[in-house]
Design a protein around this ligand. Structure first.
Ligand SMILES: [Zn+2]
Length: 284
């Protein structure tokens, strides 16, 4: 059974404050050496401080989820694994509960600042770049809210939370349209260059038929002919055909963006002509 935590215990977490070193960077963590009494009092295995945060780390917290036991060996046969019948973790069943790491996090200055980006860095630092964690918005009947303290529950690194975005990493600090983004304190890996992000946003708008003022809302500035041309020139034959069909259907006076629609048809016709010329040259 998972131990029940008295809300008062969470409240007293604050008393280690005096030992907080002030000369560390925001994410430069140092481990303290808590006594076993302290570990017991704070219900954690490790206590860490940085110049901005204090992290209490509790390992192997039991959950209601199950996972394949590490004793299951699929190296010989993926479909028919061998299971250690003497395994204490799973009693030879091959399945065991999925443990999570509980990160209990507060700002050194105790301010109620809940910065997703900072918590993401802390998750990666303590549990691994590819580990995934959750923050819970619980039923009111089990809500604990006694301090500006934030809790992440992080799964083993091989586990994927079966909800979220699934189209790969996308990190950008470009400022387009009405969106707001702040500069990164720590340069993240794979930060998308301004031009690449604008191209991606434009490609999205074009694929959704968002032109005219809708597109300017996203991009801030209207797309040039060359930019629009590049989007369509990158499409394979069948997708370009679909685009022609889409814009041809819209090319009438009822469309408030009639001129924009015609501009696309003109540019696509140009791309088609170029492709035909190229094909003719290659196979005369
Ligand atoms: Zn096992």
């Amino acid at each position: 059974m998972q131990e029940q935590t008295d809300p008062l215990v969470r409240f007293v977490h604050g008393i280690l404050d005096a030992t907080m070193p002030r000369d560390l960077g925001p994410f430069e963590f140092q481990q303290t050496d808590p006594s076993s009494a302290e570990r017991d009092r704070f219900l954690c295995d490790e206590i860490w401080y940085s110049g901005r945060y204090q992290v209490f780390l509790r390992k192997d917290v039991r959950t209601g989820w199950s996972m394949e036991c590490p004793c299951v060996d699929r190296s010989e046969d993926e479909a028919d694994p061998t299971i250690d019948s003497d395994c204490e973790k799973c009693d030879g069943s091959g399945m065991t509960h999925m443990p999570v790491t509980h990160l209990s996090i507060k700002r050194g200055d105790r301010e109620p600042i809940h910065d997703w980006r900072d918590l993401q860095i802390i998750k990666s630092l303590f549990c691994g770049a590819e580990a995934e964690g959750i923050e819970i918005y619980p039923a009111e009947s089990r809500m604990v809210d006694t301090a500006n303290q934030f809790h992440l529950w992080v799964f083993p690194e091989s586990t994927r939370i079966p909800v979220g975005f699934n189209d790969g990493r996308l990190v950008a600090d470009s400022k387009y349209g009405k969106g707001k983004q702040r500069p990164f304190e720590i340069q993240p890996e794979g930060l998308m260059a301004d031009g690449d992000f604008r191209r991606k946003a434009l490609t999205y708008c074009e694929s959704k038929g968002m032109v005219g003022s809708e597109q300017i809302d996203v991009l801030g500035e209207p797309a040039t002919d060359a930019e629009i041309r590049a989007v369509y020139a990158a499409l394979p034959k069948d997708e370009l055909k679909n685009a022609i069909e889409h814009w041809s259907k819209r090319a009438n006076k009822d469309d408030p963006d009639e001129q924009e629609v015609k501009r696309r048809l003109f540019l696509i016709a140009d791309i088609n002509a170029e492709r035909m010329l190229k094909e003719h040259k290659e196979n005369p």
